[in-house]
Design a protein around this ligand. Structure first.
Ligand SMILES: O=C(O)c1ccccc1NCC(=O)[C@H](O)[C@H](O)COP(=O)(O)O
Length: 260
């Protein structure tokens, strides 16, 4: 069984447990449930922003512990001050050491869009994302059927959330694309074997229809890479480890942005 299969199996059990403990009514009565989401598109394309979606990520299956000392409020507010267009906050506990409280804290401290970075497989998680203050949800083509993507995207849109579809190859893109998506993210990391190549973004760029924002995800560690990806039509750049591996991730991002 590869790591993605393990994550999904674990997530199914986690969601089943969460459904036993929390009702949808409770989630819908959260103070944040009724707020209007920030527009992903507006923040990504605003002239004074970088296009960077800066990720708060303590651990990953490919790298182990990246940074278990940094605080979510301090890091995310520093990312926003450095010009992040949006934030990404991991909420998966078992593989990434993320928590739902991280997302909630990031929401209270920031006024830019936040992506709930998790493995979404069930409508319950979308309602949960809304109740925690997320603006964007991620749908990963490698773990969902086209029918599931369609249903989850429709539900997210009905709650005013922005939807980012993640693909890693042309086959995933062609089978998963649908009009309820806002952005297509090309993951430069192969989640089955963890190899990375930014070439993946270049190869898929021309196949992404113009109506969707284009995001390049993972393994970005150089401002020059962003310049090249912008030329290829990318609007957003999801960066986690490159900043999080530093003692002060916000300062690392501020330095990086100076070279853009
Ligand atoms: O990062 C991993 O090891 C990983 C393993 C299995 C599933 C997902 C994984 N990462 C999720 C991501 O998409 C990245 O956190 C994100 O794109 C940022 O990547 P990076 O800048 O390389 O930290």
């Amino acid at each position: 069984m590869n790591i993605l299969d393990k994550i999904v199996l674990n997530k199914k059990a986690e969601v089943a447990e969460a459904k036993k403990n929390t009702s949808i009514k409770e989630l819908e009565s959260s103070a944040l449930f009724g707020r209007d989401s920030y527009s992903f598109k507006e923040f990504l394309t605003a002239p004074n922003r970088t296009g960077i979606i800066a990720e708060f990520k303590r651990r990953s299956p490919s790298k182990g512990i990246i940074n278990d000392q940094a605080g979510v409020e301090a890091v995310t507010t520093a990312y926003a001050a450095a010009g992040a267009s949006a934030l990404s906050v991991l909420t998966d506990k078992d593989f990434f050491m993320g928590t739902q409280a991280d997302l909630h804290k990031a929401r209270q401290a920031n006024q830019i869009p936040i992506l709930r970075k998790d493995f979404m497989i069930d409508e319950f998680q979308i309602i949960e994302a809304k109740s925690l203050g997320a603006d964007i949800i991620l749908l990963i083509a490698a773990i969902l059927t086209p029918k599931e993507i369609d249903a989850l995207a429709k539900q997210a849109k009905s709650l005013g959330l922005n939807v980012l579809l993640e693909v890693h190859n042309l086959e995933e893109l062609e089978r998963s694309i649908n009009p309820n998506l806002d952005a297509i993210g090309v993951n430069n990391r192969n989640l089955a074997d963890f190899t990375v190549s930014v070439e993946t973004s270049y190869q898929l760029a021309e196949h992404i229809p113009a109506e969707f924002m284009k995001i390049s995800e993972s393994a970005i560690s150089n401002p020059e890479t962003i310049k090249g990806l912008k030329q290829a039509g990318f609007n957003g750049f999801l960066i986690g480890e490159n900043f999080m591996k530093q003692a002060d991730p916000g300062a690392a991002m501020a330095e990086f942005v100076k070279a853009l």
